[in-house]
Ligand binder design. Structure first.
Ligand code: ARG
Length: 470
């Protein structure tokens, strides 16, 4: 590749410099430039340019020789970018003008035909969509990997009893696998949201040009097909200014991060010595520089913390767009950093979770012992009395008094003698101890979505079928 010092890299001769009489202020040049961050879209920019020039040659605006020459050079420039050898220049403002200028450096005057019938406005809208589509597909794969790991873990823990909580107070015993499948449900909805976002995003703005379309006989359907878009973003004014897809992606990302944050919070609680329900492998934890005994759950804590910046990006994009008149405005250049960071953050957090969660060890005895505290089978005793003919409200009252008695004695319901229990209701008989056990309690919740081990196993089968069908 030739000649980095041609006039296109001279600050006084911008690609748009024709009507200007003085060079851009040096600070303004830096202030308005986006190349430091939008160079991440370089390969997508060239992919879109290739489709554009191929279409231009097919409709006769470029000769096939011109198309071949531009295409060959764009591919060589793509290799420069991949090798980290591209000479990025802030004075060329953004990724689009850097690449166009480089093309002209490489092949001379023919390179100046690349921008025929398009504008940076439809170009950037196209590039961002292509970039995000690729990132969405990586995120979808990582989300599926996490779900597969969760389902495997849920199968392994389909008989593990833990306390279920409401208000973070011991409520009823549940199966640990059931709890993990609750996380999986949240992630299934996130996957659906991501696919919805991808579907609405995958429309081609290319051909909208600056704002009103172009006077060349372009074939928008052709470039859309070449780039793998399902449809056109039809109206040219909307096509260049729409950033709904970026907002939708950040909404997906914020909700997903909220879910990962909730799961993180539970992991942090469960690893504490007060709960001591699980162990995370050392490779996902760090120590303290002062307290030698510490093993901190840094990965879940960081995931919980990173939900904040993703929420911030959603608000940033909503605020960025809310006051903009049609069509393109320079404001839109501010869409990229929040979008890129949201995508990176979500990807990294999913990756950490997909590696970490299946590797946790359930401390089954501790979970069981905790489930046995806090009168977790009190509801089962009430249900038992209802089966013997009492109304639920009266049963609730009876069990409340039994709990107060046991609490006073510092014993669990299952530890009371039959005669002690009978003083609260004559309906109580020896068979009561079947329902007062934790195993009896979970096994009784034997309907779809319930926590009985057999139901948890069936739910795992259904959950796996859902992700296998993706
Ligand atoms: N760097 C710009 C952006 O990110 C590209 C589009 C600029 N278009 C324009 N007419 N100034 O939005």
């Amino acid at each position: 590749m030739s000649n980095h010092n041609s006039s296109s890299r001279d600050a006084t001769s911008k690609l748009w410099g024709g009507r200007f009489t003085e060079p851009t202020d040096a600070f303004v040049e830096r202030f308005t430039a986006s190349v430091s961050f939008d160079q991440r879209m370089a390969l997508e920019d060239m992919q879109a340019s290739l489709a554009h020039v191929q279409m231009l040659s097919e409709v006769g605006v470029l000769t096939s020789a011109e198309f071949e020459q531009i295409a060959t050079a764009l591919k060589a420039i793509a290799e420069e970018v991949k090798a980290g050898e591209f000479p990025w220049s802030v004075s060329l403002e953004d990724v689009h003008m850097n690449i166009e200028a480089r093309l002209t450096e490489c092949i001379g005057a023919v390179g100046k035909k690349l921008h025929t019938g398009r504008s940076r406005n439809d170009q950037v809208a196209t590039d961002v969509r292509l970039w995000l589509r690729g990132r969405i597909d990586q995120i979808a794969a990582e989300l599926t990997r996490l779900q597969a790991g969760l389902i495997t873990l849920a199968e392994r823990e389909a008989d593990t009893i833990m306390p279920g909580f409401t208000h973070l107070q011991s409520a009823q015993p549940v199966i640990f696998g059931h709890h993990l499948l609750a996380w999986n449900e949240m992630l299934s909805r996130d996957y659906e949201r991501l696919m919805d976002c991808r579907r609405r995003m995958n429309r081609s703005p290319l051909g909208a040009a600056a704002l009103g379309g172009t006077s060349y006989p372009i074939d928008r359907a052709r470039t859309a097909a070449l780039l793998g878009f399902d449809q056109l973003s039809e109206n040219s004014l909307d096509a260049v200014s729409d950033r709904d897809f970026a907002i939708e992606f950040c909404a997906f990302a914020s909700i997903l991060m909220m879910h990962l944050s909730r799961a993180s919070e539970e992991l942090v609680l469960w690893t504490s010595s007060q709960f001591d329900f699980i162990d995370l492998p050392d490779r996902f934890c760090t120590g303290s520089s002062i307290m030698p005994q510490k093993k901190n759950p840094d990965v879940p804590e960081l995931v919980r913390g990173k939900s904040g910046r993703v929420n911030g990006h959603l608000i940033a994009l909503l605020t960025l767009m809310k006051g903009q008149p049609l069509a393109y405005n320079k404001d839109n250049q501010e869409d990229k950093e929040p979008l890129f960071d949201a995508a990176d953050t979500v990807y990294d957090c999913l990756r950490a979770f997909a590696d970490m969660v299946p590797a946790l060890t359930a401390k089954r005895e501790n979970m069981l012992a905790a489930a046995a505290q806090g009168f977790a089978t009190a509801t089962d005793l009430a249900d038992y009395l209802v089966r013997k003919g009492l109304s639920f409200r009266d049963a609730h009252e009876v069990v409340g008094r039994a709990v107060a008695f046991a609490l006073n004695q510092q014993r669990d319901l299952a530890q009371l003698q039959i005669d002690e229990l009978k003083q609260f209701s004559a309906l109580i008989e020896q068979d009561v101890f079947l329902v007062l056990t934790l195993q009896g309690s979970v096994a009784a919740r034997d309907h779809i979505g319930g926590t009985a081990p057999s139901q948890v196993r069936a739910a795992c089968v259904r959950a796996r079928a859902l992700i296998d069908a993706r």
